[in-house]
Design a protein around this ligand. Sequence first.
Ligand SMILES: *Cc1c(COP(=O)(O)O)cnc(C)c1O
Length: 230
Amino acid sequence: MIDKTKREVQLKENLRILIENIEEERLKYSSHQIIQLVAVSKYVSLYDIVALYNAGQRTFGENKVQDLKLKAQSLDNLPIQWHMIGTLQENKINQLISLKPTMLQSLDSIKLAKSIQSKLEQNNTKLNCLLQVNSSNELTKSGFSLDSAIDSYKEILEIAPNINLQGIMTIATNTDDKKIIESCFKKTKDIFDKLTPIGAKILSCGMSDDYKIAIANGANMLRIGSRIFK
Ligand SMILES: *Cc1c(COP(=O)(O)O)cnc(C)c1O
Protein backbone atom coordinates (compact mmCIF):
# COMPACT_ATOMS: atom_id res chain seq x y z
CA MET A 1 0.00 0.00 0.00
CA ILE A 2 1.19 3.50 -0.74
CA ASP A 3 1.90 5.72 2.20
CA LYS A 4 -0.71 8.44 1.76
CA THR A 5 1.08 11.07 3.77
CA LYS A 6 4.22 10.50 1.77
CA ARG A 7 2.28 10.94 -1.47
CA GLU A 8 0.82 14.22 -0.26
CA VAL A 9 4.25 15.53 0.65
CA GLN A 10 5.57 14.42 -2.73
CA LEU A 11 2.82 16.16 -4.70
CA LYS A 12 3.21 19.33 -2.70
CA GLU A 13 6.94 19.29 -3.40
CA ASN A 14 6.42 18.60 -7.13
CA LEU A 15 4.07 21.59 -7.33
CA ARG A 16 6.45 23.83 -5.40
CA ILE A 17 9.38 23.03 -7.68
CA LEU A 18 7.25 23.47 -10.81
CA ILE A 19 5.96 26.87 -9.68
CA GLU A 20 9.52 27.94 -8.89
CA ASN A 21 10.65 26.93 -12.38
CA ILE A 22 7.67 28.63 -14.02
CA GLU A 23 8.47 31.78 -12.07
CA GLU A 24 12.08 31.74 -13.22
CA GLU A 25 11.05 31.44 -16.88
CA ARG A 26 8.28 33.98 -16.49
CA LEU A 27 10.67 36.63 -15.18
CA LYS A 28 12.99 36.01 -18.14
CA TYR A 29 10.05 36.67 -20.45
CA SER A 30 8.41 39.59 -18.65
CA SER A 31 7.82 40.56 -15.05
CA HIS A 32 4.36 41.73 -16.13
CA GLN A 33 3.28 38.38 -17.51
CA ILE A 34 0.70 36.47 -15.47
CA ILE A 35 0.73 32.71 -16.01
CA GLN A 36 -2.10 30.37 -15.08
CA LEU A 37 -1.36 26.74 -14.35
CA VAL A 38 -3.90 24.06 -15.21
CA ALA A 39 -2.99 20.83 -13.42
CA VAL A 40 -3.89 18.02 -15.81
CA SER A 41 -5.39 15.33 -13.61
CA LYS A 42 -6.45 12.89 -16.34
CA TYR A 43 -4.04 10.21 -15.09
CA VAL A 44 -4.84 10.40 -11.42
CA SER A 45 -7.38 9.57 -8.76
CA LEU A 46 -9.50 11.82 -6.60
CA TYR A 47 -6.98 11.36 -3.81
CA ASP A 48 -4.18 13.03 -5.78
CA ILE A 49 -6.46 15.86 -6.87
CA VAL A 50 -7.47 16.59 -3.28
CA ALA A 51 -3.82 16.44 -2.20
CA LEU A 52 -2.90 19.01 -4.84
CA TYR A 53 -5.92 21.10 -3.92
CA ASN A 54 -4.65 21.10 -0.34
CA ALA A 55 -1.28 22.27 -1.66
CA GLY A 56 -3.04 25.30 -3.16
CA GLN A 57 -3.87 24.31 -6.74
CA ARG A 58 -7.40 25.28 -7.84
CA THR A 59 -7.55 24.66 -11.59
CA PHE A 60 -7.60 21.15 -13.05
CA GLY A 61 -7.90 19.77 -16.56
CA GLU A 62 -9.48 16.56 -17.85
CA ASN A 63 -9.60 15.24 -21.41
CA LYS A 64 -12.73 13.08 -21.27
CA VAL A 65 -16.22 14.27 -20.40
CA GLN A 66 -17.05 11.14 -18.42
CA ASP A 67 -13.92 11.56 -16.24
CA LEU A 68 -14.59 15.25 -15.78
CA LYS A 69 -18.13 14.40 -14.71
CA LEU A 70 -17.06 11.77 -12.21
CA LYS A 71 -14.34 13.92 -10.67
CA ALA A 72 -16.24 17.20 -10.68
CA GLN A 73 -19.30 15.61 -9.10
CA SER A 74 -17.28 13.71 -6.50
CA LEU A 75 -15.42 16.87 -5.52
CA ASP A 76 -18.28 19.36 -5.82
CA ASN A 77 -17.71 20.43 -2.21
CA LEU A 78 -14.41 22.01 -3.32
CA PRO A 79 -14.26 25.27 -5.33
CA ILE A 80 -12.29 23.75 -8.21
CA GLN A 81 -12.14 25.24 -11.70
CA TRP A 82 -12.44 22.48 -14.28
CA HIS A 83 -11.09 22.75 -17.81
CA MET A 84 -12.03 20.31 -20.57
CA ILE A 85 -8.86 19.90 -22.67
CA GLY A 86 -9.60 16.87 -24.87
CA THR A 87 -11.53 16.33 -28.07
CA LEU A 88 -15.24 16.87 -27.47
CA GLN A 89 -17.64 14.51 -29.19
CA GLU A 90 -20.90 16.01 -30.37
CA ASN A 91 -22.96 13.57 -28.33
CA LYS A 92 -21.22 14.74 -25.12
CA ILE A 93 -21.92 18.46 -25.53
CA ASN A 94 -25.02 18.50 -23.32
CA GLN A 95 -23.26 16.55 -20.60
CA LEU A 96 -20.33 18.94 -20.64
CA ILE A 97 -22.59 22.00 -20.49
CA SER A 98 -24.49 20.56 -17.52
CA LEU A 99 -21.20 20.28 -15.62
CA LYS A 100 -20.62 24.03 -16.01
CA PRO A 101 -16.89 23.76 -16.67
CA THR A 102 -14.76 26.89 -16.38
CA MET A 103 -13.51 26.41 -19.91
CA LEU A 104 -13.44 24.20 -22.99
CA GLN A 105 -9.92 24.49 -24.41
CA SER A 106 -10.45 22.23 -27.38
CA LEU A 107 -12.92 23.93 -29.69
CA ASP A 108 -11.56 22.42 -32.88
CA SER A 109 -14.05 22.89 -35.73
CA ILE A 110 -16.78 25.21 -37.01
CA LYS A 111 -19.18 22.27 -36.97
CA LEU A 112 -18.53 21.73 -33.25
CA ALA A 113 -18.91 25.47 -32.58
CA LYS A 114 -22.32 25.42 -34.27
CA SER A 115 -23.48 22.40 -32.27
CA ILE A 116 -22.24 23.90 -29.00
CA GLN A 117 -23.94 27.20 -29.82
CA SER A 118 -27.29 25.52 -30.41
CA LYS A 119 -27.07 23.53 -27.15
CA LEU A 120 -26.00 26.63 -25.21
CA GLU A 121 -28.94 28.51 -26.64
CA GLN A 122 -31.34 25.75 -25.64
CA ASN A 123 -29.93 25.81 -22.12
CA ASN A 124 -29.80 29.60 -22.03
CA THR A 125 -26.19 29.59 -20.91
CA LYS A 126 -22.69 30.47 -22.07
CA LEU A 127 -19.36 28.67 -22.23
CA ASN A 128 -15.80 29.99 -22.13
CA CYS A 129 -13.78 28.41 -24.94
CA LEU A 130 -10.36 28.46 -26.54
CA LEU A 131 -9.91 27.80 -30.23
CA GLN A 132 -7.56 24.85 -30.73
CA VAL A 133 -4.88 25.50 -33.31
CA ASN A 134 -3.09 22.62 -35.02
CA SER A 135 0.35 24.25 -34.94
CA SER A 136 2.23 21.01 -35.60
CA ASN A 137 0.33 20.49 -38.84
CA GLU A 138 0.03 16.78 -38.03
CA LEU A 139 -2.98 15.11 -39.57
CA THR A 140 -3.54 13.09 -36.42
CA LYS A 141 -3.95 16.25 -34.32
CA SER A 142 -7.20 18.13 -34.19
CA GLY A 143 -7.65 21.84 -34.42
CA PHE A 144 -7.78 24.63 -36.95
CA SER A 145 -4.92 24.92 -39.41
CA LEU A 146 -2.58 27.87 -38.93
CA ASP A 147 -3.94 29.35 -42.15
CA SER A 148 -7.59 29.16 -41.16
CA ALA A 149 -7.37 29.98 -37.43
CA ILE A 150 -7.85 33.74 -37.60
CA ASP A 151 -10.80 33.69 -39.99
CA SER A 152 -12.41 30.84 -38.05
CA TYR A 153 -11.97 32.70 -34.77
CA LYS A 154 -13.78 35.70 -36.26
CA GLU A 155 -16.48 33.48 -37.74
CA ILE A 156 -17.19 31.85 -34.38
CA LEU A 157 -17.39 35.26 -32.70
CA GLU A 158 -20.08 36.09 -35.24
CA ILE A 159 -22.12 32.89 -35.41
CA ALA A 160 -21.85 31.73 -31.79
CA PRO A 161 -22.80 34.52 -29.37
CA ASN A 162 -23.13 32.04 -26.48
CA ILE A 163 -19.52 30.95 -26.87
CA ASN A 164 -17.16 33.27 -24.97
CA LEU A 165 -14.01 32.90 -27.03
CA GLN A 166 -11.12 33.80 -24.76
CA GLY A 167 -8.10 32.90 -26.85
CA ILE A 168 -6.32 29.94 -28.36
CA MET A 169 -4.74 26.64 -27.36
CA THR A 170 -2.17 24.44 -29.05
CA ILE A 171 -0.29 21.19 -28.57
CA ALA A 172 3.23 21.28 -30.03
CA THR A 173 4.77 18.45 -32.03
CA ASN A 174 5.77 15.60 -29.77
CA THR A 175 9.53 15.65 -30.35
CA ASP A 176 12.84 16.26 -28.57
CA ASP A 177 13.78 18.83 -31.21
CA LYS A 178 13.46 22.19 -29.47
CA LYS A 179 13.53 24.09 -32.75
CA ILE A 180 10.42 22.30 -33.98
CA ILE A 181 8.57 22.86 -30.71
CA GLU A 182 9.61 26.49 -30.70
CA SER A 183 8.33 26.93 -34.23
CA CYS A 184 4.88 25.58 -33.20
CA PHE A 185 4.67 28.02 -30.30
CA LYS A 186 5.96 30.99 -32.31
CA LYS A 187 3.40 30.44 -35.06
CA THR A 188 0.63 30.16 -32.47
CA LYS A 189 1.82 33.33 -30.73
CA ASP A 190 1.70 35.20 -34.06
CA ILE A 191 -1.94 34.19 -34.44
CA PHE A 192 -2.66 35.16 -30.83
CA ASP A 193 -1.15 38.63 -31.37
CA LYS A 194 -3.49 39.17 -34.31
CA LEU A 195 -6.47 38.15 -32.18
CA THR A 196 -5.78 40.24 -29.07
CA PRO A 197 -7.29 43.36 -30.69
CA ILE A 198 -10.57 41.44 -30.95
CA GLY A 199 -10.53 40.17 -27.38
CA ALA A 200 -8.23 37.14 -27.18
CA LYS A 201 -6.61 36.99 -23.75
CA ILE A 202 -5.46 33.43 -23.21
CA LEU A 203 -2.60 31.65 -24.98
CA SER A 204 -2.63 28.06 -23.71
CA CYS A 205 0.61 26.32 -24.73
CA GLY A 206 3.06 24.15 -22.89
CA MET A 207 2.93 20.75 -21.22
CA SER A 208 5.33 18.89 -18.92
CA ASP A 209 8.18 18.61 -21.41
CA ASP A 210 7.90 21.89 -23.26
CA TYR A 211 6.49 24.44 -20.81
CA LYS A 212 9.71 26.45 -20.61
CA ILE A 213 9.75 26.92 -24.39
CA ALA A 214 6.07 27.88 -24.22
CA ILE A 215 6.70 30.57 -21.59
CA ALA A 216 9.62 31.95 -23.61
CA ASN A 217 7.15 32.31 -26.47
CA GLY A 218 4.43 34.15 -24.63
CA ALA A 219 2.19 31.40 -23.21
CA ASN A 220 0.06 32.64 -20.32
CA MET A 221 -1.66 29.33 -19.59
CA LEU A 222 0.13 25.99 -19.10
CA ARG A 223 -1.42 22.51 -19.00
CA ILE A 224 0.83 20.27 -16.95
CA GLY A 225 0.15 16.73 -15.79
CA SER A 226 2.93 14.19 -15.50
CA ARG A 227 5.49 16.61 -14.07
CA ILE A 228 3.18 17.25 -11.12
CA PHE A 229 1.64 13.83 -10.63
CA LYS A 230 4.80 11.73 -11.09
C1 LIG B 1 -2.41 15.15 -21.20
C2 LIG B 1 -2.48 16.53 -21.72
C3 LIG B 1 -1.65 17.54 -21.19
C4 LIG B 1 -0.62 17.28 -20.10
O1 LIG B 1 0.41 16.49 -20.57
P1 LIG B 1 1.70 16.20 -19.67
O2 LIG B 1 2.77 15.90 -20.66
O3 LIG B 1 1.35 15.07 -18.78
O4 LIG B 1 2.01 17.43 -18.91
C5 LIG B 1 -1.79 18.81 -21.71
N1 LIG B 1 -2.68 19.10 -22.69
C6 LIG B 1 -3.48 18.17 -23.21
C7 LIG B 1 -4.44 18.56 -24.28
C8 LIG B 1 -3.41 16.85 -22.75
O5 LIG B 1 -4.22 15.92 -23.28
